[in-house]
Design a protein around this ligand. Structure first.
Ligand code: KPL
Length: 312
């Protein structure tokens, strides 16, 4: 589908719920586009740092931003659109906490990694637009982020009015945008890419661009993709293994310098999104009487890394 041209006379208020790398990158883009932005962050240290503003590093330059910041979802009461940028494991808690706190016509947006986030958010009763983004970002500190390249953002077309409003907002903020009739497929494609890159990058401590040239890592990536493509069919999504392998390699090269989000999580002592990515696939396969040994082993290894914090 093509570009959406809507004359927005009124400037929206955009909420960002969860101020990690992606949350801050999106906030910066909307502030650059002269939108009002409200940040909500539950971690007290990050919240305190954000009260002093935040910094975006990009192309060797550095820009400082200031906007409203709150520690509770009630700060989002006036927002037209709220981007949910918490980790997948926290989406359910967000859905529970946000009920009745937004405008009745407020729009929730989930571009998070993993499968099933939008379904969880739909329980709130608000309009939810689901999608994916390939924008790269690396968190440098509590209130600083480095932009990592302009990747495509994809959103689903099924929520007519909400989708059009969101599309106009994203385009005004300069996001390369694609609108698709099959957002489920786009979410699965992104999940397969994450399943093949994130646990390997995280366990090996390698940047994305180092994975394809590492024969062991590349062989495991291929096995992950083959299993993931087989299980996608149980969700009614038809994917092609060689095409997905090529896509994984393309993303590794396009985001070569990026340390994937799972590696950033482990480095920062945060729990990872492995359960919403490889773990989701393993569970769906099990529910259909199939095993995914490679994905399951990666889940166990990433959990084992998370559990090492118990010993420090
Ligand atoms: O989405 C990503 C992530 O790090 O979570 C990729 C595409 C792998 C980029 O690093």
């Amino acid at each position: 589908m093509g570009r959406v041209n809507i004359d927005m006379t009124e400037k929206e208020c955009v909420g960002i719920l969860g101020c990690g790398a992606m949350g801050l990158l999106f906030a910066a883009r909307f502030l650059d586009a002269d939108r009002e932005v409200v940040l909500v962050e539950k971690d007290p240290q990050t919240l305190a740092a954000l009260q002093a503003g935040f910094v975006l590093e990009e192309d060797g330059g550095r820009r400082e931003y200031r906007c409203s910041v709150g520690g509770d979802v009630s700060a989002l009461a006036a927002c037209d659109v709220v981007f949910v940028w918490v980790k997948s494991g926290d989406t359910k808690a967000v859905a529970d906490s946000i009920q009745g706190k937004l405008r009745a016509d407020g729009i929730l947006v989930s571009l998070q990694n993993g499968i099933g986030n939008a379904d969880v958010l739909r329980y709130t009763g608000y309009s939810v637009v689901a999608g994916t983004t390939a924008m790269g970002a690396t968190r440098l500190g509590l209130n600083s982020v480095r932009a990592g390249g302009l990747g495509e953002t994809v959103i689903g077309s099924e929520h007519g009015g909400a989708m059009q409003k969101l599309a106009a907002l994203l385009e005004a903020a300069g996001f390369p945008l694609r609108i698709t009739k099959s957002v489920e497929k786009a979410i699965w494609e992104k999940a397969v890419i994450n399943a093949a890159i994130n646990p390997l990058g995280a366990l090996l401590g390698l940047a994305n661009g180092q994975l394809p040239g590492n024969p062991g890592a590349a062989a495991v990536q291929k096995a992950v993709v083959e299993e993931a493509v087989a299980v996608a069919a149980f969700a009614g999504v038809q994917l092609d293994s060689p095409a997905m392998c090529a896509e994984v390699e393309k993303v590794c090269r396009a985001t070569a310098g990026n340390r994937c989000s799972m590696l950033q999580d482990l480095d920062a002592g945060r729990f990872t999104e492995i359960e919403a990515i490889n773990g989701y696939m393993v569970s769906l396969a099990a529910a259909n009487g199939k095993a995914l040994p490679v994905n399951e082993t990666l889940c166990q290894l990433v959990h084992a890394r998370e559990q090492t914090w118990a010993y420090v």
